[in-house]
Design a protein around this ligand. Structure first.
Ligand SMILES: Nc1ncnc2c1ncn2[C@@H]1O[C@H](COP(=O)(O)OP(=O)(O)OP(=O)(O)O)[C@@H](O)[C@H]1O
Ligand SMILES: [Mg+2]
Length: 222
């Protein structure tokens, strides 16, 4: 993944808000990178660009050899579904679907047959230690367990890149550490992880920490 001179601006009436300024950054496959910085510094904006959820106002983004700016919205959404997994602070599970069906969801959009979907979901839930709770509704799981379901869901399509925006932000320290242990295992198995965190403690597990201040990288760009 390579970002070159990325800018993100928002036009608001008479002003132009510069949210990201001249961000250049390379993340190699298999790396575990954390992003830190004050609230409002642009971390989520950067993560959304990395995850192709949002496009930069200017600059270039190469994702696994593809120039993202040259892709249509449809191609971009395809790339996102196939190659990128997301984990958020608020687990974003569908409350009426059990854990297994939540994990199956991205596979439904990819038109994978039901029996195969189920098999993958069970496998992923097992991988995050929830093999015995696959039929529970989110409301019947603890916060840490819900986040594990969200990680299993992010992994279902076997993404090359896992993006996590403060994945332990809503969890107590002990549960947060358990989630970090899972992310470290995933990293060891070869997945590229980029994670936003407010916790210096969580950051110590990364290969590299990037620090953003007022939309600019002030540390860790290489
Ligand atoms: N759609 C938008 N229009 C205008 N400004 C926006 C928009 N989205 C985000 N911003 C602004 O961009 C800045 C960076 O926001 P961002 O969400 O990236 O910060 P963050 O570092 O993730 O903060 P936090 O730690 O609180 O999650 C903020 O000042 C925010 O108000
Ligand atoms: Mg944020």
């Amino acid at each position: 993944m390579r970002l070159t001179n990325i800018n993100k601006t928002y036009a608001t009436g008479e002003f132009t808000l510069k949210i990201l300024q001249d961000i250049s950054l390379e993340v190699v496959e298999g790396e575990f990178v954390t992003i830190m910085g004050a609230s409002g510094s642009g971390k989520t904006t950067l993560l959304n660009i990395l995850g192709c959820l949002d496009r930069p106002s200017s600059g270039n983004y190469f994702f696994r050899g593809q120039a993202v700016e040259s892709l249509s919205d449809k191609e971009l959404s395809l790339l996102r579904k196939r190659d990128i997994g997301f984990v958020f602070q608020s687990f974003n599970l569908l409350p009426r679907l059990n854990a297994r069906r939540n994990v199956e969801l991205p596979l439904i959009y990819q038109e994978i047959p039901e029996s195969r979907r189920k098999e993958i979901a069970m496998q992923m839930l097992d991988r995050v230690g929830l093999g015995k709770k696959t039929e529970r509704l989110p409301g019947e799981l603890s916060g840490g367990e819900q986040q594990r379901v969200a990680i299993a869901r992010a992994l279902a399509s076997q993404p090359a890149l896992l993006l996590a925006d403060e994945p332990t932000g809503n969890l107590d320290t002990k549960t947060g550490t358990e989630i970090m242990d899972i992310l470290r295992e995933l990293h060891q198995s070869g997945i590229t992880i980029i994670m936003v965190t407010h916790s210096p403690e969580m950051s110590t597990h990364a290969d590299r920490t990037i620090i953003i201040r007022d939309g600019q990288i002030v540390e860790g760009s290489d």
